[in-house]
Design a protein around this ligand. Sequence first.
Ligand SMILES: [Zn+2]
Ligand SMILES: [Zn+2]
Length: 251
Amino acid sequence: MLLQPLWDSILGHAALLRSPFFPVLFSLSAYLACCLPFLLLDALSGRWALLRSYKLQPQSSVGWASVRSCLALVLYNHLVLVLPVTLLHWHLRPVLLPQEAPALPRLLAQVLVCLLLFDFQSFVWHLLHHKVPWLYRNVHKVHHTYTSTSALTAEYSGPWETLSLGLFAAANPLLLGCHPLTELAFFLLNIWLSVEDHCGYDLPWATHRLVPLGLYGGARHHDLHHLKSKYNYAPYFTHWDRLAGTLYPQD
Ligand SMILES: [Zn+2]
Ligand SMILES: [Zn+2]
């Protein structure tokens, strides 16, 4: 059991895991921690040409006004939407913490399935919210406030979008009967990938450069989505856009 020592140390904080406020604190702190390295890059790229050369839209810069506005919306969404929903979920479904850790291959397989399911659900949701003008205007348009991406724009979304994507992410580990450690690993990876999607940089170690055969779109694809709007609806992988004919033509 490779993961047992890790799970044992996490179980040492069982009171925190059982707290009704844990999901919202985890979601917010993981999101801000994932954004932080990119915020530092944004601050440095103004002065450092080498860093600026990795920017997907080199002419764009991230100002304090947009940082403040993104932070305000993410805090508002977490307090007004995520907190009540997670409190209700905590009330309806007691937190079960098994003593045994999951096997590593099982954890990895389930995280991948959760990610593929989330990618499909988000693709369908996203396509629908672009194709139906009313849905675009009233729901998804908020997320398109910024035509160039930066890390904090990942969760710059209106209430229905925040709740829908949060629901997809939360439902998949439940559907698969995942261990709480698997659930945490999926949430963490999902938050990281959504921030990386919006980071605004094409870095040498970016996920889309590590996954072979163009199977993963990532930051480059999603930045093009914000710029062009009509392409690249899947958040992570490229297969659904390829099948639907909505992959940006250059790819
Ligand atoms: Zn969109
Ligand atoms: Zn986006």
